[in-house]
Write a protein that binds this ligand. Sequence first.
Ligand SMILES: [Zn+2]
Length: 318
Amino acid sequence: MNIDRRKFVSRSFAGAAGILAGSHLKGLSAPGRLTAKQEEALSSKPEKYDLMREVMKYRKIDAHAHIYFADNSPREQLDFGERLGIEKQVISRYLSIMPGTPEQFREYNDLTIKAIKKYPDHLLGGFVLNPAYKKESLEEIKRCTDAGMIGPGELYYQVKINDPLYYPIIEKLIELKMIIFSHAECQLGVGGYRMKYNGYKEPNTSIPEDFVDIARRYPEGIFQYAHIGGGGDWEYMCKTLQHSPNVYVDTSGSNNAENMIDFAVELLGEDRLFFASDNSYHQSIGKILASNLTEAQKKKVFFDNYNNLLKKGGRNVD
Ligand SMILES: [Zn+2]
């Protein structure tokens, strides 16, 4: 039965409401008697929602996932992928240490190279770098591309995405027709509070406005704004990125706020979302299945949108 969760819930609720409301319902043919429709609602069982069938129905590329320096990685990430029908995961080991030296990003990328060589059918590699080291970063792009990586993984907060230090890196990535993917944050604006770069936030963390700026400077660039479900103000993110057609958002993160996906499609259009988990696999699939997107739109988000951009560089899955 292909019925979305929302319809399932509302139909079941409609059935229950009929029982509870009893003779107080409008439209009764006579006091205490039910209309034919209500009789039918009471006698029929709620339609079944086969969750795993829905999950497995869609081909999926996870546009943002991570591996770690741990014995169970990447095996653990692959297990999730297999169970949930994720064909490919774009993995990286994000450079969350400061200052992020060339020695450090090479070591992190070595981990990813090892993983994609071991599991070439399921993992796509993303490299990390630090634009503050221009020469070493450009060399690292070459080394990682030669090793079969598809583009940058989640670039981190050593340098803001619109900092001039990034220009030569971005120009190289554009030349290689790669998706320019960066971590981003945007905290909830409760009471007018906006993100502050204090001891808790790295001062060069990219925010939506930084993406708008760099996307305008490089209209030929393809930018991936990380994890709208990462716990920030996703409405503000989408509103800010609305008129930057070359910025795409990935839907990853552990946050599943109701309406997030619908809101993003409404503002950005159905072509500018990528399914991704950031390793919150269940939530990330669930929030798309629970949205009001059509089946065709879900197909795009789960697979086609990202794959179509990979195609530009000949790195598509198929
Ligand atoms: Zn991130």
